[in-house]
Unconditional design. Structure first.
Length: 392
């Protein structure tokens, strides 16, 4: 594999293109206008500069890497001689299908077409091409240059060879691949993040806590790198909203989109990239007061995340090991949700979910039957030497 194309030069697209170039591949970055491409090239240059500053890349290497990135508005021209394509255009199924139909016609027969979709169906996107066996999900995490995970998602017709090539490519880009066995909405990591965010957002909507209380608790008590609202703003509320909508369609009431998010998106407040979102980013990264840590119930953050992980095990989407690795590498949590459940005691997690469900009657708190089953069998986690994992 020598040459790749990345379609869409936004936050994800330009980061993915940079990764290809850093791995020694020539890469063409494609978008609809020169202005977006110029901005993307500037961002890549900035990021390479940061890596030099941190001693992760030599100055000479950074210069060579930058020269390997070309930019164009001509998709057909960009794809005519590439071995691999990653699509990273906005999260809209119709748009992605149109792009894939064009990619299919423009690319050589051997070329694998990957989508960086956060939540949409790989199978449906693949069906817009004549080569569904060569279409795969390759889901990076923001910022792609720093986050070590790539979820590799198999559509119904994706061949084993395509999956294997994509896994090897992810490794070549310096990433740890996590295989998602089923083409489910939100794959692994976004299901966990959306469940945590949805609970937090509804809590703020009900006036139970402020977003600063939630974020301070998540950051300083749970020890996650960013609060739920801070992370949503960082990722882009337009993106979080479209992912949440897809999840709502797939999982119903359990993933009910929070009206606060909907309102901000309607007002064009997309978070960091537009200056305003839940926080005001025009004055820099939000300062989340340490003194508010613990003013929100941290057990609740854990319980909803663990419940979603349990659903994934129950539906055979991924095993506990894969879920934990994906969450730790995709979003920098110190412990994955299954490990966390075993450490906290699955009986305690279940009790918290029942308390929340009795209080609010909302589906997001309805416990997964797997948790009930484990508790019924006495599999409470580390303390009984059996939970999501087995202990000696
Ligand atoms: N390239 C190079 N360097 C970068 C960079 C990039 N793209 N982005 C940030 N940096 C640098 C910063 O400039 C900073 O350098 P400095 O020390 O010289 O100032 C350094 O990295 C550390 O950054 P910060 O001090 O700003 O902040 P943190 O220590 O909090 O690190 C973070 C930033 C790595 C983003 C960390 O906060 C984190 O891991 N957050 C969680 C991110 C996450 O969960 N991502 C996944 C979300 S889900 C997703 O993407 C899926 C999609 O489908 C929605």
């Amino acid at each position: 594999m020598k040459k790749a194309a990345v379609i869409g030069a936004g936050m994800m697209g330009h980061g993915i293109a940079q990764l290809f170039a850093m791995a020694g591949l020539d890469v063409v970055l494609v978008d609809v206008n020169e202005e977006i491409l110029d901005k993307a090239l500037k961002e890549i240059n900035w990021s390479l500069g940061k890596l030099v500053e941190k001693g992760k890349l030599t100055d000479e290497n950074a210069k060579k890497t930058f020269l390997r990135v070309k930019a164009t508005t001509n998709l057909e021209d960009a794809c005519k001689d590439v071995d691999f394509v990653v699509e990273a255009v906005p999260e809209n199924l119709e748009l992605k299908k149109q792009v894939f139909s064009r990619l299919d016609k423009a690319s050589p027969n051997h070329t694998i077409l990957a989508t960086n979709t956060s939540s949409l169906s790989i199978t449906e996107i693949a069906n817009a091409t004549q080569r569904p066996e060569k279409v795969v999900g390759m889901h990076f995490f923001n910022p792609p240059v720093l986050m070590p995970l790539v979820e590799v998602v198999k559509g119904e017709k994706t061949s084993d060879e395509t999956v294997e090539t994509t896994i090897n490519l992810a490794k070549r880009l310096g990433k740890t691949p996590a295989l998602v066995k089923k083409d489910v909405r939100g794959f692994i990591v976004n299901r966990i993040l959306v469940s945590m965010f949805t609970d937090a957002c509804h809590a703020v909507r009900r006036g139970e806590a402020t977003m600063e209380m939630v974020d301070a608790t998540i950051k300083y008590k749970a020890g996650l790198p960013m609060g739920a609202f801070e992370l949503a703003d960082y990722l882009g509320l337009d993106i979080v909203y479209s992912v949440s909508k897809v999840m709502e369609e797939a999982y119903g009431e359990r993933a009910k989109v929070c009206p606060l998010l909907e309102q901000l998106v309607k007002e064009g407040k997309f978070g960091q990239k537009s200056g305003k979102g839940f926080y005001d980013w025009t004055v820099g990264r939000p300062r989340i007061p340490f003194k508010l840590a613990g003013k929100y119930d941290v057990e609740r953050v854990y319980a909803v995340s663990i419940n979603e992980a349990a659903w994934m095990v129950y539906e055979d989407v991924a095993d506990p090991q894969n879920i934990d690795t994906a969450v730790k590498l995709g979003t920098a949590w110190a412990q994955g949700p299954c490990e966390l459940a075993d450490n906290l005691g699955i009986d305690n997690v279940l009790a918290k979910l029942k308390e929340l469900y009795n209080k609010y009657g909302e589906e997001v708190y309805k416990s997964c039957p797997l948790l009930e089953e484990y508790v019924g069998k006495g599999w409470l986690g580390k303390k009984t030497k059996r939970g999501f994992y087995t202990y000696e």
